[in-house]
Write a protein of this length. Structure first.
Lengths: 166, 728
């Protein structure tokens, strides 16, 4: 590649046309241009992939909301939301189908009712922080099957100790 | 003791700062300070081990004046869990992180003390710098030696969910992975600054650390998965949670790195790629630590309210900015010495493998941080669920497994048709035959799973063929028996054959994941004793209810368990009896709760019933319906409230035991309903078997071979001679 370039520059100085130059002008793309083409192709591919990824991500994702968001923004019936908040004390009712409870804001008292069936994580209990995918059906939010997760309890010991020690 | 602990941490911080300053000044001006900086890192390790030991001693003797001990230990916590309870807290886990970093840094600097004199000072500065960051957090933000003014009479105890051997080893392994990845990161920085970027420089010095990091992190992740499967009562092992993903990210880029460095070692290629990968891996390891502690993303594993987000963002910003600046600065020195000769070569396959791994890492990163990206793009936070992750990672994983079968056997530089036929014909025939057989048995209904089975078979066959040929050659050369030939074959090239074994383990693991995901049968059903449900080919009969009251070793009432005896039949023939159980631990937060009621307001854990098999796992968890017991529980609390202060404490304990026994007996007699989650899942055991094979392969690859030992001795001898000549 370097050889071809040297021959090409010699040609422009002398004005003569050599074999290397013929090959160069007839069959090969100048290296600098080749690099530019590669860069443009790679960047275009990256932009296309990024657009595709953003598009599929937007289609597949559900809005992350707090109970306040659901109450204030008037949740659309049937739309899917990822609800995050704390289980309201005294709200958990075991039913034949699963469990009903209310979820409130982390810092606040606004809450929404959730009816859930599916696997209930062991750490689930009142006061715990949960994440659950819900859809609005009438006045209740129905949890998607097996979507309920509860925060790892090892990270929740501090408050209890402080309460106990005080 | 707490004062001593705090003093040790402050001293460690001072020593770490000295290590940074001495190593940089030593590199630029006074060479002897580099040795002093190295010794400072040794001293740092000693100080942190002492602080760690002090805290462990406080846990062992249940010193409830320590806030951490009161938070997650108690006098009746078993000794093993007392020792391991430290890392279930933010402060304790930070101390573990810093201690492991100091220990591994000391080991790396000790092993390189006679070599790499240009890179080591800067690497020392980076290692001491990272240690300084964590020590600053421990000294100024999250002290593990905080005392409580009015210590409680008893600690909270370790959360029952965490009382599982896998969960206790899981954090140290993850942290070992994270901290070990800091070593190649630091040496790469040193190499870039010192302009010593050849394979003989920083890569050889840190290859083993990178491999160790990869192994520890991988096994740590799998232990977490095992705990989730056996302990959490949902029957899964991976949930694409942000914190889980954060541990996967450095593992993926680390996997790419330990493959691509082979190309740099053999052909002098991919230098920019390699330094970029290791710098990204080191940064992602810190990112993983950051995600657990910042609360920036909603995760079930993240610590609650934390103030550590900003310092971590600053550290990660410095790491990313510094890494990019260094790579750009040294781009000329990082030019490849060779070019790719052919797309049909080992280099090309390794490169493709790297691209797949980095693409996987990108997908996981994107999905994990999508809530923040979406918020920036649309103004609202959005979350992606497991189906999105599966859509992208499953095809990439299939490609990865296929490449792990091609890579080890394809020729370097350029593969010929003859080479390809010789190496791939048998594995390809074996894999396609297996695919045909499995299709005939219905596996074609899940094409992605079938593709994974075929690729897995290809890997096992191609690696098996390599072992077979290698053993054959050794037997012909030395006349050894098959086992002796196998042993000497592996011993003579541990890295190569250990790596092959890792590939087989990963293939088994991925086949297990594919089968258990695609052909999983799960049902949630509410049953009363005598009723049966069908899951797949199996009938699960809830035969009868069980219950018991357990006491701790100190004689205290520990938990109440309600369980079920579940008979499993296939074609009318009884196969096994499962005994799932749900245990209720008393709440430590006693305000407003009666002595009986508090047993039903505390933590609850599922003890699953599991029949693990090579072909299929039968898994059952149950949630008892205790609503009928509530009037009895409330009545019990009323009786105890009326008798409060009238009974001596020892009689009160006996009475409570009798009351709880009455409750559990009533439960069994009532023929109670329970909600069962039952899963019949094929090849789950292959995941854990694959993990064991990966672990063994990784150990073999890590174990120093005779060549490495000889090189070390030669290097030390050379250094001694050079020193003596210098003196003369």
């Amino acid at each position: 590649m370097d050889f071809s370039l040297r021959r090409a520059s010699r040609r422009s100085a002398s004005g003569s046309v050599g074999r290397a130059e013929l090959r160069y002008s007839g069959h090969l793309v100048p290296p600098a241009r080749k690099r530019k083409i590669r860069l443009v192709v790679a960047l275009s591919a990256a932009v296309l992939l990024a657009c595709g990824l953003v598009y599929t991500s937007l289609l597949s994702s559900s809005e992350s909301v707090t109970p306040s968001d659901l109450v204030s923004a008037k949740a659309a019936s049937g739309a899917s939301y990822t609800l995050t908040g704390k289980v309201v004390d005294g709200s958990v009712r075991t039913t034949d189908a699963g469990v009903d409870f209310r979820v409130r804001d982390r810092e606040g008292s606004t809450s929404v009712p959730v009816s859930y069936s599916g696997a209930i994580p062991d750490p689930f209990r009142e006061g715990r922080e949960v994440i659950v995918t819900v859809r609005k059906h009438g006045a209740t939010f129905v949890g998607e099957r097996d979507s309920l997760v509860t925060k790892c309890p090892s990270k929740f010991t501090e408050d209890a100790t402080r309460r106990a020690s005080s | 003791m707490a004062i001593v602990g705090r003093a040790l941490l402050i001293l460690a911080l001072v020593v770490a700062l000295y290590g940074v300053a001495a190593s940089i000044y030593g590199a630029v001006r006074r060479r002897e300070l580099v040795v002093s900086a190295r010794r400072a890192v040794y001293a740092l390790a000693a100080l942190l081990v002492a602080a760690f030991g002090l805290l462990e001693a406080a846990y062992l003797r249940t010193d409830l004046t320590f806030e951490l001990v009161a938070q997650n230990s108690s006098s009746d916590t078993p000794a093993f869990y007392k020792l391991t309870a430290m890392w279930s807290s933010q402060e304790g886990s930070l101390l573990l992180w810093a201690t492991l970093l100091a220990l591994y840094s000391s080991a790396a600097l000790r092993l390189t003390r006679d070599r790499h004199r240009d890179e080591v000072p800067y690497a020392t500065a980076v290692l001491a710098g990272v240690a300084t960051f964590f020590l600053a957090l421990l000294v100024f933000r999250e002290s593990p030696f905080t005392l409580i003014a009015n210590p409680p009479a008893e600690g909270n105890g370790l959360n029952p969910l965490l009382r599982h051997p896998a969960m206790m080893i899981h954090p140290p392994l993850l942290y070992s992975g994270y901290t070990l990845f800091t070593i190649p990161f630091a040496f790469a920085i040193g190499a870039l600054i010192a302009r010593q970027v050849g394979a003989a420089d920083w890569i050889r010095a840190t290859r083993r650390f990178a491999l160790g990091a990869w192994l520890f992190l991988g096994i740590g992740i799998l232990l977490g998965a095992r705990w989730s499967y056996a302990e959490l009562g949902w029957g899964g092992y991976w949930a694409w949670d942000p914190v889980e993903n954060a541990s996967l990210l450095p593992w993926l880029t680390g996997t790419a790195f330990i493959h691509s460095i082979m190309i740099q070692e053999k052909r002098g290629m991919l230098k920019i790629w390699n330094v970029s990968l290791v710098l990204a891996t080191g940064t992602l390891a810190i990112l993983g630590t950051f995600l657990v502690r910042s609360g920036i993303l909603d995760s079930i594993h993240a610590f609650g309210a934390s103030t550590l987000g900003v310092p971590f963002v600053i550290l990660i910003g410095v790491m990313i900015g510094g890494s990019i600046a260094l790579v750009v600065w040294r781009r000329e020195a990082l030019r490849s010495e060779n070019r790719l000769d052919s797309l049909l070569s080992r280099e090309a396959i390794f490169l493709l493998n790297n691209l797949v791994l980095v693409a996987m890492a990108f997908v996981v990163f994107w999905g994990t941080f999508w809530p923040l990206i979406a918020e920036a793009l649309t103004g609202t936070r959005r979350a992606l669920g497991p189906p999105w992750f599966d859509k992208y990672t499953v095809p990439l994983a299939i490609m990865l497994v296929l490449l792990s079968g091609i890579g080890p056997v394809i020729a370097w530089r350029k593969a010929t048709v003859a080479n390809a036929r010789r190496n791939f014909l048998l594995p390809a025939v074996a894999a396609i035959s297996l695919g045909a057989v499995l299709s005939a048995f219905g596996a074609a209904s899940r094409p992605l799973a079938l593709a994974m089975f075929v690729c897995g078979a290809f890997v096992v066959a191609s690696v098996g063929q390599e072992f077979w040929r290698g053993v054959g050659v050794r037997r012909a050369m030395t006349g050894e028996g098959p086992l002796g030939a196998l042993r000497s074959l592996v011993a003579r090239n541990r890295r190569r054959y250990g790596g092959y074994l890792v590939h087989v383990g990963m293939a088994l693991l991925f086949v297990g994941v594919a089968a258990s995901s695609a052909f999983n049968n799960a049902r949630d059903v509410r049953l009363v004793p005598g009723q049966t449900m069908r899951v797949g080919d199996h009938d699960f009969t809830y035969a009868r209810a069980t219950s018991r009251v357990s006491t701790s070793r100190s004689g205290e009432l520990e938990k109440i368990s309600f369980g079920a005896v579940v008979d499993v039949r296939r074609d009318g023939e009884k196969i096994v009896t499962l005994r799932p159980e749900r245990s209720y631990f008393p709440s430590r937060d006693i305000a407003g709760l009666g002595p009986v009621g508090r047993f039903f307001e505390g933590e609850a854990t599922s003890e699953i019933g599991l029949k693990a098999g090579f072909r299929r796992d039968l898994w059952a968890a149950m949630t008892p319906d205790i609503r009928k017991l509530m009037p009895t529980i409330q009545e019990g609390d009323r009786v105890f409230a009326a008798a409060a202060g009238k009974l001596p404490p020892e009689l009160e304990g006996q009475a409570l035991g009798a009351a709880l026994s009455g409750i559990v007996n009533r439960y069994v007699a009532s023929e109670p309903a329970a909600t069962f989650r039952v899963i019949s899942s094929p090849l789950v055991t292959w995941i854990w078997l694959g993990a064991i094979v990966v672990f063994l392969g990784g150990l073999i690859a890590l174990w120093p071979g005779p060549d490495a030992a000889r090189r070390r001795v030669t290097a030390r001898y050379s250094a001694r001679v050079a020193e003596d000549l210098g003196r003369a």
